[in-house]
Design a protein around this ligand. Structure first.
Ligand code: IMO
Ligand code: MG
Length: 428
């Protein structure tokens, strides 16, 4: 019963969609275990671009059962829009399974997310404004509505009435907004959404266990990333769930001993959207250059991403937090044009050389990267598909990452298309 977790090791947008799609070929089930439509996983097949926010990346393979686990927060409207887009491209979504225990993102969650960001002004987190934080907060506060509540309209309405009283108070008294109407919300969720999502609602915990017990290979697809993790990321500039590999246990209902492989996804440099510390961040011309060459704009929000050099201090920590068994490094072709490529191997914090991620975040804010500099390969990697096709400088770069991170790199991606990979291991 092989179970593999795919986890982002930086601040998101590492290319998890493309790499999950590559792995999904060999899987019979792909399970999302946390997050919601704050994710944006891009897959390019035959020139067609698919951006998946909520639906697991395995959806593009007919033999894969895509599962949205209990740990995910679900906006049914967004999910249905995504289904419609996929179906208009000929992808059958009837195989999708949705946990009855997943929490629902409600209209007030989105509104409160956006209003809170606005109120915070320059202290804002830079959230995706999709209601993720407020939905997880209600879950922890035990006032959330779950997918299974939709199946009992009376209970749904009762719970909605109770919670809406509180939310409308917040909207009116803190944000000076009009109240939300329970009738409108109930009609949207029960009359419009429910008939379409009812056939998808499943006991996904038993579904996953049946697959594992049947010897099927299950992939757990993390959204966001290690340093956006609520517990282990750069709090408060994080998301409100646990993307780390351990989150797969909670968010899908499996024990830790089920997991036998954890693949970390990184890109050959680092990006971040939203606020928070970023030791290797580039500013000025160097940043403009990388953003232009790498087209670093959000796949869903269109926001310009912050960019910086690869940081092995963070990666060594990510390896520990996730028990990484291997790494896949995406987008190394985006570095094709650089004369010099830098890799951060340690930090200078107040004159001390530090190789471990400081636990005190104010130190991370002061950390100055210590770089190892490598000559760039100055050539186009996009058509490479075997290790021999890569120039020596690219091998040196990959070897340095491997050595400094202490994790074997089994694959690098050299372009957006499904087949633009170089594998180092004999099999995936
Ligand atoms: P994928 O799965 C990059 C960031 C937001 C913000 C913080 C909190 O595509 O890698 P939230 O809306 O989750 O409350 O925002 O987390 N963030 C992401 N950054 N990729 C993502 O997903 C992200 N999901 C959330 O920019 O800084
Ligand atoms: Mg993204």
């Amino acid at each position: 019963m092989p179970a593999t977790v795919v986890v982002g090791t930086q601040w998101g947008d590492e290319g998890k969609g493309k790499l999950t799609d590559l792995l999904a070929k060999e899987m019979s089930m792909v399970v999302r275990y946390q997050g919601g439509h704050n994710a944006g996983h891009t897959i390019v097949v035959d020139g067609e671009i698919y951006i998946l926010q909520l639906i697991p990346s395995g959806i593009l393979y007919e033999h894969v059962t895509p599962v949205i686990g209990n740990g995910v927060v679900v906006h049914p409207g967004v999910m249905l829009r995504e289904i419609d887009t996929l179906e208009s491209k000929g992808i059958d979504c009837s195989r999708l399974r949705l946990s009855g225990n997943a929490h629902l993102i409600m209209p007030y969650h989105e509104e409160i997310d956006a209003l809170t960001e606005r109120r915070l002004g320059k202290n804002k987190l830079g959230t995706t404004k999709s209601g993720i934080g407020p939905t997880y907060a209600d879950k922890a506060n035990r006032i959330g509505l779950r997918v299974q509540d939709l199946l009992d309209p009376k209970i749904f309405r009762q719970k909605l009435d109770v919670v809406l009283k509180e939310k409308n108070n917040v909207l009116a008294k803190i944000f000076n907004r009009l109240p939300k109407q329970a009738d409108e919300i109930a009609s949207l969720y029960l009359d419009e959404y429910l008939p379409r999502i009812r056939p998808l609602i499943t006991d996904t915990v038993n579904l996953v266990h049946d697959a594992l017990e049947g010897g099927e290979h299950v992939l757990f697809e993390g959204a966001q990333a290690t340093f956006l993790d609520l517990d282990h990321g750069t709090y408060p500039f994080v998301t409100s769930s646990n993307p780390v590999a351990g989150g797969a246990c909670v968010g899908a209902g499996i024990g830790p001993l089920h997991i036998n492989r954890v693949i970390g996804i990184a890109k050959g440099y680092v990006t971040r959207v939203g606020s928070g510390p970023f030791p290797t961040e580039l500013l000025g011309d160097e940043a403009d250059q990388l953003i232009e060459w790498a087209e670093e704009f959000g796949s869903v929000t269109g926001r310009r991403r912050r960019v910086g050099w690869f940081d092995t201090v963070m990666m060594r920590h990510a390896a520990r937090l996730n028990s990484l068994t291997e790494l896949m490094v995406g987008k190394i072709d985006k570095l094709d044009q650089f004369d010099v490529i830098k890799v951060c191997v340690a930090y200078d914090i107040d004159g001390r050389v530090v190789r471990d991620l400081p636990y005190h975040q104010s130190e991370l804010h002061r950390a100055k990267p210590i770089y190892e500099e490598l000559p760039g390969w100055k050539s186009d990697l996009s058509s490479a598909y075997e290790p021999d096709h890569l120039p020596k400088e690219a091998h040196d770069f990959i070897e340095l990452l491997q050595r400094e991170c202490g994790v074997p790199i089994n694959t690098v991606a050299v372009g957006r298309a499904r087949d633009q990979f170089v594998h180092f291991a004999a099999s995936l």
